[in-house]
Design a protein around this ligand. Structure first.
Ligand SMILES: [Zn+2]
Length: 314
């Protein structure tokens, strides 16, 4: 089985592993007490992943945005680390995707950001593109000057600067990710952005009532516009209760397969949440890929929908 993962927080693991309850160690070593590593990825058939830079740091009991300058430093450090392993190759174009698909020993890495709070001017977008960023998550859980997040108290989505920023993104071969954006931002994007967006690590609200899970209105709109939903292993997306129920992953998959088969993909969010022993069958990448086999996940869901989408976008 081949896997295309729309959301892996590898930079969080690299920079702040203590937040994840995982030990930082050589990525060539197999360690089932972390969300993944090179041997697990290889055994699982991971072929491409969007690896996100998380542009926040923890200070005085709260998350704060990093500056643009700090972002550039983190990006360089992360690239140096991840590409020091020869198995990972950067994906910056359609051709990179096509060529890497043929090379069965390599894993393609698409660089992304989770939130644009650190961008001090919409004009920075082009610079980030030059540095290899191809997936732009508009928000994490803190509003930016450009758009409101899932946790907002505001009653609007995109600001004036935000609309200008979207116009900058529209001209480039990149992907916009709305995983943590407010319903206002989502509606604004559906209205003004001519291309298709993704929701890289979300679930189905009808099955698990969690804020990051999508309501039917949004799911129908994604279907109509031709976007992607990356079903996630984020514990709260799978269960609101203390005990995580991985069957909710299967339920969400089967539900979406019925109504939007060409819009479903995977966005595990591994390394974006704490390691938890009790997520039986989904503690790490190898267990997750075995679970996909167990639920007979089809190849469009696990790989081709995302591959075809990205091939058109990059
Ligand atoms: Zn996230």
């Amino acid at each position: 089985m081949k896997i295309f993962d729309l959301h892996l927080d590898l930079e969080v693991y690299f920079r702040i592993p203590e937040f994840l309850n995982m030990r930082f160690d050589d990525f060539q070593r197999i360690d089932f007490l972390r969300h993944g590593d090179i041997p697990q990825f290889q055994k699982s058939g991971l072929k491409f992943a969007v690896a996100n830079i998380f542009p926040f740091y923890y200070k005085n009991n709260t998350w704060e945005s990093i500056s643009y300058k700090e972002f550039l430093r983190l990006l360089t450090r992360f690239k140096d680390w991840i590409f020091s392993y020869d198995v990972f190759k950067p994906v910056m174009s359609r051709n990179d995707l096509i060529n890497l698909l043929k090379d069965k020993n390599k894993i393609g890495i698409i660089l992304g950001v989770e939130g644009l709070n650190f961008i001090d001017s919409p004009k920075r977008i082009e610079h980030l593109y030059k540095l290899g960023i191809r997936c732009f998550g508009l928000n994490w859980n803190i509003d930016s000057v450009y758009s409101t997040s899932l946790k907002t108290n505001k009653k609007y989505g995109l600001s004036k600067e935000g609309i200008y920023l979207i116009k900058n993104l529209e001209d480039l071969n990149v992907v916009i990710d709305l995983a943590h954006s407010s319903s206002f931002t989502v509606k604004d994007i559906f209205r003004i952005y001519k291309k298709q967006a993704i929701f890289s690590h979300n679930g189905v609200k009808k099955i698990v009532n969690f804020e990051q899970n999508l309501n039917m209105e949004t799911i129908n709109k994604i279907k109509q516009k031709g976007g992607l939903i990356g079903l996630t292993m984020l514990p709260y997306s799978l269960s609101k209760k203390e005990k995580i129920n991985i069957d909710n992953f299967k339920k969400q998959y089967l539900f979406l397969k019925e109504i939007a088969a060409s819009n479903i993909a995977i966005g595990t969010d591994f390394f974006g949440f704490r390691f938890r022993q009790e997520i039986n069958e989904g503690r790490n990448y190898l267990e997750f890929s075995n679970y996909l086999k167990k639920i007979k996940a089809d190849k469009y869901f696990s790989f081709y929908n995302a591959f075809i989408f990205l091939k058109k976008k990059l």
